[in-house]
Design a protein around this ligand. Structure first.
Ligand SMILES: Nc1nc2c(c(=O)[nH]1)N[C@H]1C(S)=C(S)[C@@H](COP(=O)(O)OP(=O)(O)OC[C@H]3O[C@@H](n4cnc5c(=O)[nH]c(N)nc54)[C@H](O)[C@@H]3O)O[C@H]1N2
Ligand SMILES: Nc1nc2c(c(=O)[nH]1)N[C@H]1C(S)=C(S)[C@@H](COP(=O)(O)OP(=O)(O)OC[C@H]3O[C@@H](n4cnc5c(=O)[nH]c(N)nc54)[C@H](O)[C@@H]3O)O[C@H]1N2
Ligand code: SF4
Ligand SMILES: [Mo]
Length: 693
């Protein structure tokens, strides 16, 4: 029988509504849902690949155990028992264990209800996750300024007149830390009403190409650019927080006295953007019309990631655009994570080898390899990964690769044998993507409208299969049982979700949400939401968190140092890829090889490199060989390589991806380069040498 199912796409942050037509277990089509109030029918090529994922013969359907270089199938109970026994022995011998949680967990509410118990069973103090190669600076700055790490300001693109995007490429990524499906149409609407989009990026990206203006910036120098923008506002008498003024604490003046110690011209020169261009941008941002500054991956995965996110907040406050229609706004989601969880933590304990402070219970992934490789009490000897591929996604993946190979116990909850999971002793695969329910727990709160949408499973679960949350829950109990711990009984995630909905200020039930299969629209974001949402003790915005104010000295030192010569490597995303996975879908793989090194014609000529040549790219930690793409879309002195490739490693079982395996940018990125405040890896701006192979 043919049926059309409504569903929220779980692949990226955009949360598009889908219409999935099935006949039995066959997916006939996947289309955008025109009646979804948030995505309005938008869809990207990745969504159709959900069917490929569901049917992929390479996708593991049963647990497997590694015996030498072979994988043998094993029953669930046997797997849990063996893992439990090995874990108990390892713990008895004093070995430490930890957890790595990957990006797909942000799109899986059910698993997130279980991972805290897995952490507890493993006995680890802090965990590792994709957050420290991604958005942790946002969360840290929000925790310090607004009192809760999940108080994300959301760019109100639909009502703004001026949007400045720094280090984000929503035309490829479909938005990040910003659920904004159909972003291209929203940008076009902004332009049609006389508004303007300006992009600051070392590459003329897909977004830059449709923007009203684009400015190249020297990788890693955004903090200097933001300081220059603030100084230009000050110089022009445009610092006008207006109705925000009573909400600002004493830090506001402290921040300005520190900022005024910088020189606008020197900051502009360091960023590579002319001072007068910056003055022009300040005039537009400070005009009084609704305006937004938004910064994403390019400014987060940088050595000044936290400083950048702080300076962005100051810009939106200085121009009176925080918590205002058409500015950076705060949501009132159906499930209120802010009200329902603690604010987040910092520095309660530190990482063993390098002493990095814990941030919201996490250690920097940049330190995972050293924690595995450095002997001593607390050395990590066991690792569980849940939906993560750190060998390809973490800095100095080559070293991590070698570190994982030496673990005494590694268990991966994943459906593929990847660059990472090939080191596992056991892989526990979840059911197919269409066999799970879905609620965008972490993404609805960052959407451009308040909305809720629950999707039941499209297909019945295959007998013997399990959802991720069940695997994580059962694994946690197996580990706990083997080491004499008891964990609470398993509570079905649907029940937890229903309780979270009911506890939140809107007081919805899951049944009420489910009654709206196309999504429940809870209205536009409301101006003036912040005072009731602020979680700081004094109910004011903490404008100059101590660690950030102090970090301005590091910026000053960087500005005083002579610029280092040589090329800088940056990353890139493509609309047909998703991090390191979805590379095994033939329909997404179509077209020319996307894993190329973009290089400016002048830089290519200076090295005698011709079009299509294969080059060697070398950094402090590694080397790759890759074909070049000569283009003036990258600024001189900058080269760009996409991340997520590198499927050619021995033992990876991704037969389609293997046709165009590419190389991993993270064999070049350096774990020693990170933002010391948040521990986020500085993936961007890696110094590299490029030469003809
Ligand atoms: N140089 C560089 N590195 C980067 C980035 C960059 O821009 N440049 N981006 C960073 C960012 S933003 C992120 S978020 C990280 C991502 O880093 P990770 O989360 O470590 O890696 P992913 O590539 O997302 O891999 C996801 C894994 O989960 C598996 N998987 C997918 N869906 C499911 C599921 O439903 N259940 C289970 N159990 N497994 C599943 C896939 O098979 C894959 O192995 O990479 C980061 N790394
Ligand atoms: N198609 C697709 N969509 C995705 C993903 C994917 O892999 N593929 N991944 C998802 C995930 S996990 C995330 S976190 C988001 C990320 O979403 P975005 O942040 O929008 O995506 P990126 O393409 O990483 O954009 C970063 C931009 O920063 C620029 N950049 C690099 N270095 C610098 C710098 O020093 N300064 C400045 N100003 N810019 C710099 C890069 O050229 C790039 O254009 O995308 C999500 N959506
Ligand atoms: S933009 Fe993201 S959410 Fe929308 S269809 Fe594509 S992958 Fe899915
Ligand atoms: Mo991400």
């Amino acid at each position: 029988m043919r049926r059309v199912h409504t569903r929220t796409c779980h692949l990226c942050e955009a949360n598009c509504g889908l219409l999935i037509e099935t006949e039995g277990r066959t997916v006939l089509s996947i289309k955008g849902d025109p009646d979804n109030p948030l995505s309005r029918g938008h869809i990207c090529p990745k969504a159709t690949a959900i069917a490929d994922l569901q049917d992929d013969p390479d996708r593991l359907r049963t647990p497997v155990k590694r015996v030498g270089e072979d994988w043998v199938e094993i029953g669930w109970d046997e797997a849990y028992a063996e893992i439990g026994a090995r874990f108990a022995a390892l713990r008895a011998a004093g070995g430490a264990a930890t957890l790595y949680v990957g990006n797909p967990n942000a799109h899986n509410y059910a698993t997130s209800t279980q991972t805290p118990l897995l952490k507890r069973a493993l006995g680890c103090q802090g965990i590792y996750s994709a957050s420290t190669v991604d958005q942790i600076p946002h969360q840290l700055v929000q925790m310090w300024m607004y009192g809760h790490n999940a108080l994300f300001p959301i760019p109100d693109i639909d009502r703004t007149q001026m949007m400045l995007i720094v280090g984000g490429n929503p035309l490829a990524s479909n938005g990040s830390v910003w659920t904004v499906p159909d972003v291209k149409k929203r940008i076009e609407a902004l332009q049609a009403r006389g508004g303007k989009l300006v992009v600051v990026d070392p590459r003329r990206t897909e977004t830059a190409k449709i923007a009203d203006a684009h400015h190249f910036i020297r990788p890693g120098m955004d903090a200097a650019f933001f300081v220059a923008l603030l100084l230009a506002l000050d110089e022009g008498g445009l610092v006008r927080p207006g109705r925000l003024a009573p909400m600002l604490d004493d830090g506001w003046d402290a921040a300005w006295s520190a900022l005024r110690g910088f020189d606008l011209e020197a900051c502009a020169a360091a960023s590579g953007i002319a001072a007068d261009t910056i003055r022009g941008l300040a005039a537009e941002l400070g005009s009084g019309a609704p305006a937004i500054v938004y910064g994403r991956m390019g400014v987060s995965v940088a050595a000044f990631g936290s400083l950048n996110q702080w300076l962005i907040q100051l810009l939106n406050i200085a121009t009176g655009n925080l918590d205002r229609e058409g500015g950076a706004m705060f949501s009132q989601p159906a499930v209120d994570i802010v009200g329902g969880s603690g604010p987040g933590t910092y520095g309660r304990f530190a990482s063993r080898v390098s002493g990095h402070p814990e941030v919201i219970g996490e250690f920097p992934v940049a330190t995972l390899a050293e924690e595995i490789l450095t002997p001593g009490e607390g050395q990590i000897r066991a690792l569980v990964t849940v939906a993560g591929n750190p060998v390809l996604s973490n800095p100095d993946g080559g070293l991590l690769d070698r570190a994982l190979a030496g673990l005494d116990l590694m268990v991966s909850v994943d459906m593929y044998v990847t660059a990472t999971t090939r080191h596992a002793h056991y892989i526990l695969p979840p059911c197919g993507p269409l066999e799970k329910d879905h609620y965008p727990l972490f993404l609805a709160p960052i959407a451009v409208r308040n909305f809720a949408n629950y999707s039941p499973p499209v297909l019945e679960m295959t007998p013997g299969a399990k959802a991720d949350w069940e695997i994580v829950a059962e694994l946690a109990r197996a580990l706990a049982g083997a080491t004499g711990q008891t964990l609470p009984n398993i509570r079905p995630p649907r029940e937890t979700l229903d309780a979270m909905l009911q506890r939140s200020p809107r007081g919805l039930t899951l049944a009420e949400v489910e009654a709206h299969p196309h999504g429940l629209d809870l209205g536009a974001l409301e101006a003036g939401a912040l005072p009731a949402r602020l979680r700081t003790a004094n109910k004011r915005i903490a404008c100059a968190p101590e660690k950030l104010l102090a970090d301005l000295d590091r910026l000053a030192a960087a500005l005083a140092a002579p610029p280092e010569p040589g090329l800088r490597l940056i990353g890139r995303r493509h609309v047909r890829n998703n991090n390191s996975w979805l590379h095994n879908s033939r329909r997404l793989l179509k077209g020319p090889d996307r894993c190329t090194l973009m290089i400016h014609p002048d830089d290519a000529a200076a090295r005698g490199i011709g079009a299509g040549a294969t080059v060697r790219v070398r950094s402090r930690v590694g080397e790759v060989s890759v074909a070049v793409e000569i283009t003036d879309d990258v600024m001189p002195g900058v080269v760009s390589l996409p991340h997520g490739f590198g499927h050619g490693r021995k033992g990876v079982k991704l037969s389609v991806a293997a046709e165009k395996p590419g190389v991993s940018i993270n064999d070049l990125t350096d774990r020693a380069r990170l933002d010391p405040v948040s521990g986020n890896a500085a993936l961007t701006g890696t110094p590299v040498e490029v030469e003809a192979a």
